[in-house]
Design a protein around this ligand. Sequence first.
Ligand code: NAP
Length: 333
Amino acid sequence: MTVKVGVIGTGMIGQDHIRRLTQVLTGNQVVAVSDINKEQAEKVAGAIGAKAYTDGVALINDSDVDAVVVTSWGPTHEEYVLAAIAAGKPVFCEKPLATTQEACFRIIDAEVKRGKRLVQVGFMRRFDTAYRQMKAVVESGKIGAPLIFKSVHRNPSVPQSYTSDMAIVDTAVHDIDTARWLLGEEVKAVSVIAARRNSRGGELRDPIIVLMEMESGAVVDIEVSVNIDYAYDIGGEISGETGVVTLSERNGITVKSAGAFHGKVTADWKERFIEAFDIEFKEWLAAAGKGTAIGPSAWDGYAAAVATDAGVEAARTGTRVKVEMTDKPALYA
Ligand code: NAP
């Protein structure tokens, strides 16, 4: 079956997902795109023979659209995800699911009332082969009960507009979701410590350590460095009661010369997670073709928002902030 997709938001990641859908994956057709910028919508739509909209809700309600991808600016996500649920259409929403935990909960409420999963949130690390292998090791019991997850998130540089809150809400959010998914449990409390300021970062708190206490007592230690210059470098290691599992370097080859050896580190998140994004969309299309969703759910979007809110408060106040969540609806069991 061909899933007819509508994409809302044709910025950087929207265009990358359109490339993925039209040039990499099969079983779908991008039939409509929308952007608040009319010229941009028409340009992107024209290149792939799709309809152009400026109104995302009109795209969702187009009877030609079977499933929706939301890649517009974060504050618009709630409206579009709720409209897709109301239309009964599967919706892939880039993170954040919504910009407040209350908005995330409104989405959960709408989806629960609809009675089936329609929402998938864009936490692409869950589709990365190495992270999946790591999770399989944890679940096999080979390293015993997990005690500490160390996550490293290093980004070469950020624009001047990037704020300290964004280090938690936009960057650490991926590590927070990965921690919840790998360890299979919720966050209980968050503390944030900033290291000596990176001289390239100005007033930005960079790097920071986000420390999370999990329900079981396991500890998660996230390093977020956003101006580290050398590359985009992702690391992860779980220490358990009887062993350790570590993400390996992703070198196709290692070169030895002049008394040294060299490998490659990825330049940016697009390169590091290119295969994960492809798998994420392949699995989303398979579920959307059956009228439903899999993978990171609206609950996961909500849980990430609650934890990032706690992280922002912890960073601002220098205190340990407890994470309070509502009961998990049975739909997400
Ligand atoms: P971007 O380049 O600024 O693109 C956002 C696009 O949405 C822009 O074209 C913007 O138009 C458009 N837009 C704004 N309001 C809209 C509306 N009401 N209806 C339709 N289009 C609208 O941003 P981006 O980097 O692609 O990020 C988009 C989303 O993806 C964000 O939520 C971001 O957090 C997420 N993201 C996720 C990852 C990941 O690792 N999974 C990576 C990057 C981004 P204007 O430019 O005219 O405002």
